[in-house]
Design a protein around this ligand. Structure first.
Ligand code: AQP
Length: 328
């Protein structure tokens, strides 16, 4: 059984981009993979300064992983844990940072994107890919499922692992990455990449009324109802396609409605309504499960305790070998 590692930052409420680009793959993989899925709480410190907010978001990500369908009780090989429960990853990050050329961090595009969008240019944000590499390498995974925007970070991880092995002997397995078949970066309501911390996200767990209001706010152009529209240039359609799937009959049908004209023409309001209904339908089970989980904190605590123990076992082995290799 192949081992898989992935994680998300608790930098805000998870959104449908996180689900479509990442979590959906974890859920699909758990039947026949050993899953290590963590909550990247150290990483979230690059953007979150309020301790209560960090604590609440961290807990919420765990609940949402479970609500979206990660299920350690049905799949004993699925382990969910908090990054702070394996603090050895920060030591590993230091060992990796000592073999990482500064120029490699200079090239990281997510750092530039995040600065451009207003995050403070901390050293932590700058070396974020090194800590991510440490997270990955710490459990010796075979495979890392990613969204398109994270591919560069996995390339950095593979490169650092190779550099380390070259300098000190074989310590790390070089992990492969897996892009979801028709993975897309979902835009947010402003047309930019949907992100937890940019105020442009769609939270699939919102109550129906505010959810619909949010979807109606998605930015569109002013093409009149009776004119044909290009679905590929429309944020509403891009989100719909990312969630339903490129070849799903509902996506193909909506694309045809965009292209229709005259009395058959469709207004953007109808496309938004279709997206709203898709979200309610797609997340119906997850929304129900989430309410149950919020009322069962004991179960969530147990998931985290078991997950931390499973991760600790793997990390202890890797860090011991890495320390010996460098001469500590
Ligand atoms: N808009 C998106 N479309 C598709 N996939 C996405 N992912 C994030 N946004 C989209 C995928 O979700 C995972 C999230 O990883 P992360 O939480 O470590 O950081 P991120 O990519 O920086 O996520 P956000 O939502 O944009 O958060 P903030 O605002 O904190 O930066 C990754 O697998 C990513 O590909």
């Amino acid at each position: 059984m192949k081992r898989v590692l992935s994680g998300l930052q608790p930098s805000g409420q998870l959104h449908i981009g996180n689900y479509a680009g990442a979590i959906r793959q974890f859920v699909d993989m758990q039947a026949d993979h050993e899953m290590f899925v963590f909550v990247a709480s150290y990483h979230a410190l690059t953007s979150t300064r309020d301790p209560d907010v960090l604590r609440a978001n961290t807990r919420q990500v765990v609940i949402d992983y479970l609500a979206f369908g990660l299920d350690p009780s049905a799949h004993p090989n699925t382990h969910i844990y908090l990054q702070q429960d394996v603090p050895q990853v920060t030591e590993l990050a230091w060992l990796l940072s000592c073999i990482c050329p500064k120029s490699q961090m200079d090239k990281a595009t997510t750092y530039k994107d995040k600065i451009a969008r207003g995050l403070s240019a901390s050293v932590g944000l700058y070396t974020y890919p090194i800590l991510q590499a440490a997270d990955i390498l710490s459990v010796n995974p075979d495979l890392v499922p990613v969204g398109k925007d994270q591919v560069q970070h996995i390339e950095i991880t593979r490169d650092l692992a190779q550099k380390f092995n070259h300098a000190y002997g074989d310590v790390f397995k070089i992990p492969a990455y897996k892009l979801q078949d028709d993975a897309e970066v979902l835009p947010g309501i402003d047309g930019q990449k949907m992100s937890k911390s940019y105020g442009n996200d769609i939270d699939p767990f919102m109550d129906e009324k505010p959810l619909r209001k949010r979807i109606m706010k998605i930015k569109t152009d002013s093409t009149p109802v009776e004119d044909p529209k290009d679905p590929d240039n429309c944020t509403v359609f891009q989100i719909f396609r990312g969630l339903a799937g490129r070849n799903d009959p509902r996506t193909l049908d909506l694309a045809n409605r965009y292209r229709a004209s005259g009395s058959q023409g469709m207004g953007y309001g109808n496309a938004k309504q279709a997206l709203y209904e898709l979200i309610l339908d797609h997340f119906a089970d997850a929304r129900k499960r989430r309410t149950e989980l919020i009322n069962d904190p004991g179960y969530v605590d147990k998931v985290l305790k078991d997950g931390a123990a499973a991760a600790q076992e793997k990390v202890a082995d890797v860090i011991t070998r890495a320390r010996q290799a460098v001469g500590l």
